[in-house]
Design a protein around this ligand. Structure first.
Ligand code: URP
Ligand code: ZN
Ligand code: ZN
Length: 472
């Protein structure tokens, strides 16, 4: 099968020009001016942007957490992603305490079987190096294409690891070429604050934020940076939400250390006051780290603009308000932590970032596609539009007006963090490896089309075999 995308404005992290894209099979075969080549499918992209498929490096699909399971499984979560122009994501495979990493991976792979709508990889979330996975097993994972290790420095009594586990994992990463990811919050201090607040009778959702002050994020971010430096491992700090965490990352990067950070769409738009909404509506915004004071939003926009932060992910971790968030009706600490967002990242960042002049279109592509691909071993197979790259393409209509709503989104969740927000610009056609996935309001391709991608080690490239330069 071949596809010709005609006359669109091609935007990558580096370029912006009008051209045609010819796709032969699963990959981009030619990019040029006025290509006169017959194709099975011709897409007229005049007046549209042609973008690389976006990559979401931080999602939680079909994940048990907080006494329940996320409402989006692989099929519904990836369908929502596809409508939003995301063609590849890296999900967290969580090692249950006492389990080996291979058992955890087999379990997570089975959840994806036959359901994949887009391509995906896994980060392994290390929770237990004593009874479950061994350091040797951890060291074997990068050769299987699992090239990032995630550690939670919070969620005491559940996913949290101690500094010994964190540091030993970092040492393994330094040896094996994996990237270490941290959820940076001081879980011990937060545990004290949560218990005290509950003992004093504070049960409402906004206490989620009051018991997780920004300093606890800043402290853990700095600790992780210093420990990664000692271990000699590269570090990626997930869901950065505030100045206290941005500053140590900025300092480390100024020094030239291998330190990277992401923020998520919601931290740029949702602030602390959302948690105070009456009638338990505030529970919709209980995710971790919590929504912060509004002043942090400018700090985060500056950080994504100035390359202090390298990516914007979604941390899509969807729980229904009715029946799941309500588990914490009388106790904020029992509200499952997490929010949705996998479908609206490109729309939101395009409108409020690129369209309103906070970042350039090139930077938008870099934050949503190219940098995630580079950091997580998918580039240049994914994350750009180039000859030989997977034909993961978004034909994006920059004029289309959309009102974001749970009534029209494709996730199974019963609310949307950005409900009622009006944006201009939305994906029109989305292709995955040359297959039309989404066309307007229709999902064209069937679940099962998505593949697991074996990712390259940190700093290495993932080239399609036929196009890799020969070793000679
Ligand atoms: O609240 C959140 N972010 N839930 C998902 C788990 C995590 O911490 O990323
Ligand atoms: Zn987290
Ligand atoms: Zn997360």
């Amino acid at each position: 099968m071949s596809v010709l995308i005609r006359g669109g404005r091609i935007i990558t992290a580096a370029d912006d020009y009008i051209a045609d894209v010819f796709i032969d099979g699963e990959r981009i075969s030619l990019i040029g001016e006025s290509l006169d080549i017959p194709a099975d499918t011709v897409i007229d992209a005049t007046g549209k942007y042609v973008l690389p498929g976006c990559i979401d490096p931080h999602t939680h699909l079909d994940m048990p957490f907080g006494g329940t399971v996320t409402i989006d499984d692989v099929e519904s979560g990836q369908t929502a992603a596809a409508f939003g122009g995301t063609t590849c994501h890296v999900d967290f495979c969580i090692q249950p305490q006492g389990s080996s990493f291979s058992d955890a991976l087999a379990d997570w792979r089975s959840k994806a079987e036959g359901k994949q709508v887009i391509d995906m990889g896994y980060h392994i979330a290390v929770t237990d190096l004593r009874e479950g996975g061994s350091l040797e097993e951890l060291a074997s994972l990068p050769d299987q294409g699992i090239t990032s290790y995630k550690l939670f420095m919070a969620y005491k009594g559940a996913l949290m690891v101690d500094d010994e586990t964190l540091f030993k994992t970092m040492e393994v990463a330094a040896d094996t070429g994996a990237l270490v990811m941290v959820h940076a919050e001081n879980g011990d201090a937060i545990d004290v604050l949560v218990k005290r607040a509950l003992a004093e009778g504070h049960t409402e959702p906004h206490w989620h934020a009051l018991t997780r002050p920004p300093e606890t994020e800043g402290e853990a971010t700095n600790r992780a940076i210093q420990l990664a430096r000692v271990a000699g491992a590269p570090l990626y700090v997930v869901h950065v939400s505030c100045r206290e965490s941005v500053e140590p990352i900025a300092l480390a990067r100024e020094k030239g250390w291998d330190v990277y950070g992401e923020t998520c769409t919601q931290y740029l738009f949702v602030d602390y006051t959302f948690l105070e909404r009456p009638n338990f509506e505030g529970a919709k915004f209980v995710y971790t780290p919590p929504p912060r004071d509004k002043a942090n939003q400018e700090v985060l926009w500056n950080a994504v603009r100035n390359d202090v932060l390298s990516a914007i992910s979604t941390d899509h971790c969807a729980f229904n308000w009715d029946g799941q968030k309500t588990l914490g009706k009388d106790d904020f600490s029992k509200i499952p932590n997490g929010g949705p967002g996998i479908e609206n990242r490109l729309q939101m960042i395009h409108h409020f970032g690129a369209r309103e002049g906070r970042i350039s279109l090139n930077r938008m592509v870099e934050l949503l596609a190219t940098n995630p691909a580079k950091l997580f071993g998918l580039y240049p197979r994914k994350g750009t539009l180039a000859v030989g790259s997977d034909a993961d393409v978004v034909v994006f209509d920059p004029e289309k007006r959309v009102t974001i709503s749970a009534r029209t989104h494709h996730s199974k969740i019963d609310y949307n963090l950005f409900e009622g927000t009006e944006v201009q610009g939305s994906p029109e056609v989305v292709l995955l490896r040359g297959n039309v996935l989404v066309e307007g309001d229709s999902l064209v391709a069937k679940p099962g089309i998505g593949q697991f991608v074996k990712r390259a080690k940190f700093g290495d490239e993932l080239k399609p075999a036929r196009l890799a330069p020969s070793a000679a």
